[in-house]
Write a protein that binds this ligand. Structure first.
Ligand code: 0A1
Ligand code: ZN
Length: 850
């Protein structure tokens, strides 16, 4: 439990630590309930620090002994750590503490998962292991000895000596404590090797529990491809003799980039064709790349303080998205990223949790591992690259690595390398880091008969608690122009908007063009432009920019769905005709066609309605989506069977872009066909499926059609022993339920013997799925809200971090009608009133209530 009166920490209050740590020696004597941690740390006064107070963080530790230069000392203890008078000269701190990993349910610090010891120290978990200046700007080399009667004993860095029930590790690269890791257990290695660009051989291992050996090959291959890519594209070579990855079942997040010893949620690394979907494979590839890329962007160059989190996360997300674009289809990756940004980051940026990419204050840093810091942070780097160009970006990155290797840096350091390389003044650009909120970009166009086409943009960002008076930002707007014949008359040009209102002219045009604005989604803004259905249909047919062509499809879908939900309109024939043309266009990549077919998220539709001054009705939105899908199925009925046939893959399964694109389109077509054939094809696909992608998409359609009872049972029997597949079983039943059933299906699943609610994956598979079922979660009777609140209240005392993250499900509450608002407010107040509520959840609920 955290302290009752949470403190707010401010960026402006940063001061360096009074001591430099030269070297850390740790010894772990492992025991489930009484692990002893002995530390021997060399400190010396920091000449650059004014504050010389010797404060070491420490939480939940039993202090056994403490010594300075060999002399027993008696520090003053508090729930946050200890203070002590120390000599103004270099000294050795020695300390022994006892901790209880077996009862650590928060999964932060040293904890146990299925009998295996593992750690999670980012952001502030190391203080639960021993007393230490647990802040990212304190960097040191670490030597670790693990004593424990377990076959595998791992820590960061290179292997040292080892013997019966002990092992030593030495990490030569100075690192902050949040990158510390230890793993001990009965694990099996899937080994590999990698020869670096300078010819050094690196030992690779993917460590898994017995039984998971068959799920390692893809992860290992993805790791090798990531290592090669980072050498080739960023010139970054790996810097240790060994790189270990460990899969654990109980993990709050996706994975963690601990130096030389990455720890992964097993869902983010284990994969096999039979048990994992194409989407799982793609996600795993991206996460492995992400964690590996952190070795340079995060580990070699780390953050001065946690306000600078985007320094490592925004950049590393940007790098992993470049990697995926290179490995797979760049347009498909771009579209998927924007779908994700609009679904997760826009609601955050436009609600009570809005915060800048670099926040200026927090109570619990774990609450700031957000879509804004990560995904908007990556968008900001993508904009920077667009503005300076690829060559200057590469030069700036080289300078960044050369100048700051081994340092703990700030966003100012990051921007400075770009200023130094390009001579640009990035003062205004920096607002992307300091201002919350999504800019709205409205557009007006004018044509004069002398052949000039003028675009006038106006930007405005809604004020928020975090940014009460936002100023104009630098917005790179990529624009191309099409002739009414469909031909491109002006190739993509990058307009650099800096003013609140600004005009740009295109001259020498023979006739009034049709603009294609914000190509490639060149800035994370909301484009507000009155566009006719005809113009959208035109762009859908002709735009040469794949992103905008896709966006025209989603805009058409959004418009017709909103008309249907708000005004009872019929499906727009322009949308249906356009989609039928897209479906039948063999020249388009199947993966791209699948994305075109997907409807905008229902929560996103609700946001658009609320933005336009309406009170969204979740049930009306759900009905509109169902009706539109049914209408499309009927209109495309004749072409669907042949298209579906063409998506069947006859070669052996591979998770590559080509095959998975076919299966993605096949899945979208199956969803349409199931509306027409009563589930016959889905039943057939389910019966024949030899991979999880096909099996799960068939099962999903059968459940949705209300015909899946037998298969739901069979699926459970088949996969009972596989926890990652059973997570899918939990999730799918909720996702595919009707709105009136979603909460009761989820509730029933929470009563299932396999509902192991202390496992974050299972908890999210069930209750996270409910929160993501827009109409089900917002059921008018409040059953969705109360079920989620009930479980969050139950989970908070055990696992504050996962509880707090899931509170975000309530962040959009002010969009809805007064009855729903009252229901949500009551649930949030019920959570807030829990005695001993964690600091994490308290902060989230308080911010959401506003
Ligand atoms: N740095 C990791 C993610 C991560 C963040 C926080 C954690 O605990 C609070 C755990 C993992 C990454 O970006 O992958
Ligand atoms: Zn990361």
């Amino acid at each position: 439990m955290k302290d009752a009166a949470p403190k707010t920490i401010y960026l402006q209050d940063y001061t360096p630590f009074g001591y430099i740590v030269d070297d850390v020696h740790l010894t772990f004597d492992l025991a489930p309930n009484a692990t002893r941690v002995t530390s021997r740390i060399a400190f010396r006064p920091n000449p650059d620090a004014e504050d010389t107070r010797f404060f070491l963080h420490g939480e939940g530790l039993t202090l056994i002994s403490a010594r300075i230069n060999g002399e027993e000392v008696d520090p003053e203890l508090s729930p946050e750590g200890l203070v002590l008078d120390v000599p103004a000269l270099p000294f050795i701190w020695e300390c022994e503490v006892e901790i209880d990993p077996a009862n650590n349910t928060a999964l932060e610090g040293l904890y146990m998962s299925n009998g295996m010891y593992c750690t999670q120290c980012e952001a502030e978990g190391f203080r639960k292991i021993t007393y230490y200046p647990d802040r990212p700007d304190v960097m040191s080399t670490f030597t670790v000895r693990i004593n424990g009667d377990l076959p595998v004993l791992l820590s960061n860095g290179n292997k040292g000596d080892s013997g019966e029930a002990w092992a030593e590790w030495h990490d030569p690269w100075p690192k902050p404590a949040y990158l510390f890791a230890l793993v001990a257990g009965e694990l099996i290695a899937h080994p590999g090797t990698f020869e670096t660009c300078t010819g050094r051989e690196v030992e690779l291992n993917l460590w898994v529990r017995p039984g998971d050996e068959g799920k390692c090959a893809f992860g290992m291959d993805a790791l090798k491809r990531s290592m090669r890519w980072d050498e080739e594209v960023y010139g970054r070579e790996y810097d240790l003799d060994i790189f270990n990855i460990v899969a654990v079942d109980d993990f709050n997040m996706g994975a963690m980039e601990n130096k030389g010893l990455n720890i992964f949620n097993s869902s983010a690394v284990l994969a096999s064709p039979e048990t994992s979907t194409d989407m799982n494979f793609e996600r795993i590839e991206a996460i492995i790349a992400h964690e590996y890329f952190h070795n340079w962007t995060g580990n070699r160059i780390t953050c001065r303080d946690w306000f600078q989190l985007c320094l490592k996360e925004g950049l590393t997300v940007f790098r992993d998205s470049q990697f995926t674009a290179d490995m797979r289809s760049a347009p498909v990756k771009r579209i998927s990223d924007v779908i994700d940004l609009r679904a997760r980051q826009f609601p955050e940026d436009n609600g009570p949790l809005a915060h800048p990419v670099r926040p200026e204050s927090f109570q619990e840093i774990n609450n700031f591992y957000t879509a804004t810091v990560y995904e908007k942070g990556a968008e900001v780097i993508a904009m920077l690259r667009r503005l300076v160009g690829d060559a200057a970006y590469a030069e700036a990155l080289d300078l960044y690595f050369a100048r700051h290797d081994g340092q703990a840096c700030t966003i100012e350091d990051w921007l400075k390398v770009f200023e130094d390389v390009t001579g640009r003044d990035l003062t205004q650009f920096k607002r992307w880091y300091s201002q919350a909120g999504t800019p709205r970009l409205s557009v007006q166009d004018d044509w004069d008969d002398a052949g000039t086409y003028r675009l006038t943009f106006t930007q405005s960002t809604p004020p928020s608690v975090a940014s009460p008076s936002p100023q104009p930002q630098v917005i790179p707007v990529a624009v191309g122009l099409l002739a009414p014949s469909g031909e491109e008359v002006a190739e993509t040009r990058l307009l650099e908007m800096t003013e609140a209102t600004q005009s740009f002219d295109f001259t020498g045009l023979p006739e009034r063009p049709v603009p294609s604005i914000l190509r490639g989604f060149s800035a994370p803004v909301i484009l507000e432009r009155e566009v006719t259905t005809e113009e959208r249909a035109f762009l859908l047919a002709h735009d040469t920019d794949p992103f905008n062509r896709w966006d025209a499809a989603t805009a058409l879908a959004r418009t017709t769905l909103n008309d249907m939900a708000l005004h009872g309109a019929a499906p727009d024939p322009a949308y249906l005709d356009g989609m039928c043309r897209v479906l039948g266009d063999d020249g388009l990549d199947p993966a791209y066609r699948a994305l075109m077919l997907a409807l905008p998220g229902q929560s996103e539709l609700a946001a658009a309605q609320a933005d336009a001054g309406h009170r969204p009705d979740p049930m009306a939105i759900w009905t509109a989506c169902e009706t539109l899908r049914q209408a499309l199925a009927e209109q495309a009925a004749e072409m669907l069977p042949a298209l579906f046939e063409a998506c069947q893959v006859t070669e052996p399964y591979s998770p590559d872009a080509e095959q998975s694109g076919k299966r993605a389109l096949g899945g979208a077509l199956l969803a349409l066909l199931t509306r027409l054939d009563g589930g016959a094809r889905a039943e057939d696909q389910y019966a024949k499926a030899d991979n999880m992608t096909l099996q799960l998409s068939a099962l999903g359609q059968l459940i949705r059609a209300g015909k899946g009872d037998a298969q739901v049972e069979a699926f459970y029997d088949q996969w009972q022993g596989d926890r990652l597949v059973i997570d899918k079983w939990f999730m799918l039943q909720v996702v595919q339920s009707t709105p009136d059933q979603a909460a009761s299906v989820a509730r029933k699943l929470t009563e299932h013997p396999d509902f192991n609610w202390k496992n974050p994956n299972r908890f999210r598979a069930t209750l996270g799925a409910l929160a993501g079922h827009h109409a089900g979660f917002h059921a008018a009777d409040g059953s969705g809200y109360s079920l989620l609140a009930e479980w969050l209240i139950k989970l908070d005392p055990l696992n504050p971090q996962t509880t707090a993250r899931m509170c975000a499900a309530f962040q959009t509450w002010r969009r809805y009608d007064s009855d729903r608002q009252a229901l949500i407010r009551a649930e949030l107040s019920r959570i807030a009133a829990q005695p001993g509520l964690s600091r994490d959840t308290t902060e989230m609920v308080t911010r959401i209530l506003g």
